[in-house]
Design a protein. Structure first.
Length: 461
């Protein structure tokens, strides 16, 4: 259905007819006759009007092998977990005149068929959506004649499971994490997983006191009470509270623009992140999503700030609904240049409760040192989860074709500079987990937080 072909044939027929009339040559007119019949037949069989109806139905294949249909929901988003394989079934019905040539396009897939009056055509395609929102737009339909000269193009609405406007929201991938040790200076007054160093309703022994009316008999310390004639003594246990945790995902373009190289597909991927070789920002999103789910599972109250092109916020909350809010916000996180937010000076710390825990997910650079130390001086407990950009770039160089001597030297110098930055931050009480992305996030946290766990156990003795 090439317009240039159509114009060429019409021009050729007109030119031959003109030559035959001017020079009065019958053979030239006879030469134009077959072409004239060809063009006339195409005009006669060209579709005057396409009256079609369409619909889509989705099936999601989960990472564990289970299959589920995506039911209609209120709104225009259908949330699917990471690494889901989606099958889309498309059906087009012709309720008008017959169409001899029909080409239907949806996203990157094309289906060619013919539809007599009252007939329908059905086809499927599958894809694995990347993290983010994937809207379902109208079908692109091209109806034409069998000769491929004339065509009518139209946009055909195709509701998804009966919903006229619909989109898939692919959540970020997460890793199963153990309890991440946090101990901010300020804890809440409700039950949680963090020992508060005050008597309460926990499980760890705190001390003893004299018996008071209303104490549970189960907490009586019979061994100590047996040494006294009158007094009874009750065991006290250490109270447990939850922490307010403010998570910050660094989405500043300048922190990731050096890590946007696309290496060959044979470069091995991280075991924690899907795809042939996702960019460094995807590792940050995975870390933020995994930590958020782990903190909420432990009973903490978690908030989120995506700091980059703008400052997208999720207010503090807990429970399953908060987990969904956080994952939705992380699903739409992007790195876009914004010169006004290229440093941490405008980070809205009032968004986080005073003396709470801040978890900063960022590749981190020397320019961030003063800001991180300032937040520590304001009374926040600061933990940095840092996907290592030097290690990432080193893997890219190896995947493209190996390292030169100069590249080896540059990588060593960058690694030393990064190690010195981490040690300087540690002196000011900012704990950094340096995540080398060829290893799972679970392993990086276990290794990076082991000294912190030991220090917290010593404080409790």
């Amino acid at each position: 259905m090439n317009p240039s072909r159509r114009y060429f044939l019409i021009t050729l027929v007109a030119f031959l007819v003109f030559l035959g009339i001017v020079f009065r040559r019958a053979e030239v007119l006879l030469l134009a006759a077959p072409l004239l019949v060809y063009v006339g037949a195409a005009v006669a069989m060209a579709p005057q009007r396409a009256d079609l109806r369409a619909g889509r139905w989705l099936t999601v294949h989960l990472a564990n092998g289970m299959v589920q249909a995506v039911p209609p929901i209120l709104g225009d988003e259908r949330v699917i977990p990471a690494r889901s394989f989606v099958t889309v079934r498309v059906q087009v019905e012709n309720v008008g005149a017959g169409l001899s040539e029909l080409v239907i396009g949806d996203r990157r897939w094309v289906h060619a068929t013919n539809l007599p009056r009252g007939a329908s055509s059905e086809w499927e395609y599958s894809f694995t959506p990347e993290r983010g929102r994937h809207p379902f737009l109208d079908l692109r339909v091209l109806a034409g004649d069998p000769f491929g000269l004339f065509a009518r193009e139209l946009a055909l609405p195709a509701p998804v499971d009966g919903n006229p406007k619909s989109a898939l929201l692919a959540l970020p991938e997460t890793a199963q994490l153990r309890r991440v040790p946090v101990r901010p200076p300020r804890l809440s007054g409700y039950a949680g997983p963090v020992a508060a160093r005050v008597p309460g309703s926990g499980t760890d022994f705190y001390g003893v006191r004299e018996y008071q009316p209303g104490d549970s008999p189960r907490r009586l310390n019979w061994r100590l009470s047996s040494r006294h004639e009158v007094e009874l003594y009750t065991n006290q246990f250490e109270g447990e509270r939850y922490a307010d945790i403010g998570m910050i995902l660094d989405a500043r373009y300048s922190r990731y623009m050096l890590a946007q190289v696309s290496p060959p597909a044979e470069v091995p991927s991280s075991p924690s992140v899907s795809g042939p070789f996702p960019d460094l920002f995807e590792y940050g999103v995975t870390a933020a999503a995994s930590l958020a789910r782990a903190f909420l599972h432990d009973g903490h109250r978690v908030s989120l700030l995506v700091y980059g092109f703008n400052t997208e916020r999720v207010p503090p909350g807990s429970g399953r609904m908060q987990s969904e809010r956080l994952l939705r916000a992380l699903a739409g996180a992007r790195t876009i240049q914004n010169y006004a937010l290229e440093n941490l000076n405008y980070l809205p710390t009032r968004f986080f409760p005073p003396r709470s825990q801040i978890v900063f997910v960022s590749p981190m650079s020397v320019e961030d040192f003063e800001a991180l130390v300032r937040y520590r001086a304001l009374g926040y407990e600061v933990l940095v989860i840092a996907p290592n950009p030097v290690h990432f770039e080193a893997r890219v160089v190896v995947g493209i074709g190996g390292r030169t001597t100069d590249q080896e030297l540059a990588i060593r110098l960058a690694s030393i500079e990064r190690e010195l930055l981490i040690r300087r931050l540690a002196r000011y009480g900012v704990w950094v987990v340096d995540w080398k992305i060829d290893r799972p996030l679970v392993e990086a946290l276990r290794k990076g937080l082991a000294p912190l766990r030991s220090a917290q156990r010593m404080l409790r003795i």
